[in-house]
Design a protein around this ligand. Structure first.
Ligand code: UDP
Length: 202
């Protein structure tokens, strides 16, 4: 059997290299509020590689970038679910900081396909970036969701959490070499996710 580690783009921290390539070591605060997650995932990658080197464990490590879609938890606190729920209720939309920070959002079905294709491949151990390289600011995402939901919500700017990465975008050349590319646009994925939250809150 092979063992899969669902790692994260958070291993890159608040990056100085853009887009983030697998060879980049990252810029992570070891003692901040996000550190338990970031450093925990980094340590897990280390352990996977030690077991791989010392015991020839068959490991596969994928660094998953921001992913969204139906079945997200309403109380997850992630930007896509928060904004959709607020927009559907015509409530203020919470934007942390000035909203110019960026993320690259991958629709869940595309991500699952990436994981399956990666697991079927016997040559690449990883780490391999898995995500959609199309980059958006949080203001752009909020405006897209306002348009798609025809919401009357307004943007409400709040304090930016400490160590919130300013930008994030995967270099996906490695996973593309396995013949995978994301196919769902943000518009299309958001529509499916909005439908899910409408049904969920009926
Ligand atoms: N964010 C926001 N409003 C929210 C939730 C999140 O503006 O209601 C911002 C957050 O500060 C971050 C970005 O959206 O810059 C993505 O946040 P999320 O928690 O979804 O993912 P992560 O920061 O782990 O990439």
């Amino acid at each position: 059997a092979k063992i899969f580690q669902a790692s994260t783009s958070e291993v890159y921290g608040d990056p100085e290299i853009h887009p983030q390539h697998e060879l980049y070591w990252g810029r992570v605060n070891p003692i901040g509020p996000r550190s338990c997650y970031d450093e925990g995932k980094r340590c897990a990658e280390t352990l996977f590689f030690d077991y791989h080197r010392q015991l020839s464990l068959k490991i596969k490590i994928a660094r998953i970038f921001n992913t969204y879609g139906p079945n997200m938890d309403t109380n997850d606190g992630r930007v896509v679910s928060n904004i959709i729920i607020q927009a559907l209720k015509d409530e203020d939309i919470t934007i942390y900081g000035n909203g110019n920070q960026t993320r690259s959002f991958c629709f869940v079905d595309d991500l699952i396909d990436a994981m399956i294709i990666f697991m079927q491949n016997d040559k690449i151990v990883g780490p391999v970036n898995a995500g959609n390289p199309k980059e958006y600011s949080m203001i752009e995402v909020a405006n897209m969701i306002i348009n798609l939901t025809k919401s009357k919500s307004k943007l409400l700017f709040k304090k930016l959490p400490l160590d919130d990465p300013q930008k994030r975008k995967p270099d996906i050349s490695l996973i593309k070499s396995l013949n995978w590319s994301p196919i769902t646009s943000l518009d299309e994925g958001l529509e499916k996710t909005i439908k899910y939250f409408i049904n969920e809150n009926k």
